[in-house]
Design a protein around this ligand. Sequence first.
Ligand SMILES: [Zn+2]
Length: 329
Amino acid sequence: MAFSEILGQDPAIGLLQKAIQQQRLPSAYLFTGPAHVGKYKTALALTQAINCLQPGEDACLSCDSCLQIINQSFPDFFAIQPEGQFIKINQIKELLKWLHLRPASGKYRILAVEDAEKMNKESANAFLKTLEEPPPQTLIILLAEHPQQLLETIVSRCQIIRFQLLQKAHVEQILKEYQQLSPEQLNFLAHFSMGCVREDWVEKIDALQTMRDQVIDFLLNLSPEQMEKIFKAIEGWSAPKDKEWRYMLDFLEYWFRDLAWVWYGLPAEQLLNQDRMEKLEQCAQRFPLNRVVKNYQKVLQTREQIRMNAYVPLALNALWIHFKQSLVK
Ligand SMILES: [Zn+2]
């Protein structure tokens, strides 16, 4: 992964390349910005660029170091993710010791911490000690979507690099690498991924497309018999393993947003569900604008309730009962 392969993050990449060129790498970076826009890939590209055996601002992709990084066998790079809800002290302890050793083969030893805001208090304190006295020839890269949740003392010791949402043309270009996607599926993903590239969406593309149409059909018919079917579907989507309910909430959010725009008369090409225009219009006749707005808010509230540990199927059933009650009689 070279810098030149990362799309849509020129300001971030520019800062990193400048630091390499001027040989002024900090001991720690904090990469912030939305999920799925290339933060981790950039961490890899940076690892490659500073360990590449050919001098330059970008990796050559063919020297021993570059090849090891591509094959995930480079001994001086390690990435850590939360185990469950948190990054725990026992995950960090050994790694910080590892970081203090001299690089095994590379020029720099790099530790990337994904979802760094999920470090618990103990881990964060252990980390802080290393940041205060960074070992030579090491680089720590913290990746965080919500940096405000990190200890201020940690943030102040990192150089911050901001990542942005991708433009649609870049999303499309990245998605084209997934050759299993049909043009229609690619278009669907480019529309719904809202400036990021979600690999989980690519993997589940068929199920997602079916789910969207199912959700739309449910909204167009909320008869008592249909409500039974909806509750049944929710039961399936609430299975803890796949957590498909999250996608249902995404689609509902986009649908009600589009409905509001239909009410305001926004041109069809700006709607996310423009390929389901007829159904949007049918739906707009059944939900007046004030209720569309209310339903949209209710979707956001439900997401928040679940985040605060509400029981998923119950929260979702309540949401659909709310939709039914908001129909024009
Ligand atoms: Zn190289």
